[in-house]
Ligand binder design. Structure first.
Ligand code: PPE
Length: 305
């Protein structure tokens, strides 16, 4: 269960955790028509804390809202400040941030009109999303029998609440079968993404990830691509097949929550040696330095509290 913190920002002010409530007839609860983000704040080597890629996450939140036609009743500056303040008021120097914009009471049915909008920013403590063991030694993934929603059904540039039913079903099925995570294929059968992560493989020293089609345009994905290029690796954006994962030398998943997590097997087939490989480890190392302000090249990715 998520650990309770003191305050949550809701509709312009900080309220006590127990008072951050909406009505059961809130529109988003019924139809999934809402947008959200997930960000991490890390404690830096110099003792300060910084939110990783705050501007990019804020931009994606407003893009998501625009895509589905939802008005966010605050300018980005207000929500960015609320995110910093959500950590400060709760005395957190590290944590996960969840801004969300949802529709509340008003009309029911599929033509929301004059429904009130609720905007929240919550912060909570979140350790390694796929477990410390997974982060260090790799996870076991399953190709899901659930297809990632096709691009003109699910808006893939938007992080929409309702999109996550597809993810939850895939994740639950994978865990029920004894795996750590699900990888979903797109409608054509090409590798799309994990339930809440983007995916990369490495073969013959080339880092490969699918182009942005049936998947979220992950900010960690973009960061990993930049780091990979800075490390001098050859990077290729290309459609990946299920068996590309089986014969990869290395594979890993990336996301704000998942950070950079190695994959050690796919469908019981060992990826490479079945252990995190050198390329994955080198990216992981630079990524964790970047988020903690230990690599000057990536200073501009940090927003200090
Ligand atoms: N794909 C999906 C479907 C996704 O949800 C995420 C983030 C990503 C890719 C990676 O995106 P980015 O965080 O910008 O690198 N998933 C978030 C939600 C996790 C959750 O369980 O909630 C996250 O990682 O914060």
């Amino acid at each position: 269960m998520v650990d309770k913190v003191e305050k949550i920002w809701m509709d312009g002010e900080f309220v006590d955790w127990d008072d951050a409530r909406v009505h059961v007839l809130s529109h988003t609860l019924h139809y999934g028509y809402g947008v959200f983000e997930g960000l991490r704040c890390y404690k830096c080597a110099d003792g300060r804390s910084a939110i990783f890629r705050l501007d990019e996450h804020a931009r994606r939140l407003y893009d998501s809202a625009k895509i589905i036609g939802l008005d966010i009743p605050y300018p980005p500056e207000v929500l960015k400040e609320a995110m910093k303040e959500a950590l400060r008021v709760n005395g957190m120097d590290e944590g996960y941030l969840r801004p969300m914009v949802m529709l509340g009471l008003g009309a029911m049915g599929l033509f929301p009109k004059d429904n009130e909008t609720h905007t929240i920013v919550a912060a909570w403590r979140w350790g390694a999303y796929l477990g410390d063991e997974g982060l260090n030694n790799g996870i076991r993934v399953q190709i899901s029998s659930f297809t990632r929603s096709i691009v003109n059904a699910q808006m893939t540039r938007a992080k929409v609440c309702g999109n996550y039913v597809n993810s939850i079903m895939a994740k639950k099925a994978a865990v029920a079968d004894g795996f750590d995570e699900a990888i979903m294929l797109d409608a054509q059968g090409y590798v799309a993404e994990g339930s809440g992560e983007n995916i990369f493989i490495v073969r013959d020293g080339v880092i490969q990830t699918p182009p942005l089609t049936s998947m979220l345009a992950g900010i960690t994905r973009a960061s990993a691509l930049t780091i990979a290029e800075d490390l001098g690796y050859k990077v290729e954006l290309r459609l990946l097949t299920r068996d590309d994962l089986y014969i990869a030398d290395e594979a890993f998943m990336v996301g704000t929550a998942a950070e950079i997590t190695p994959i050690r097997s796919c469908d019981h087939c060992a990826v490479g040696s079945g252990k995190p490989g050198p390329v994955t480890k080198s990216l992981q190392e630079v990524f964790f330095k970047a988020v903690r302000g230990e690599d000057k090249r990536y200073e501009s990715w940090l927003s200090h509290l």
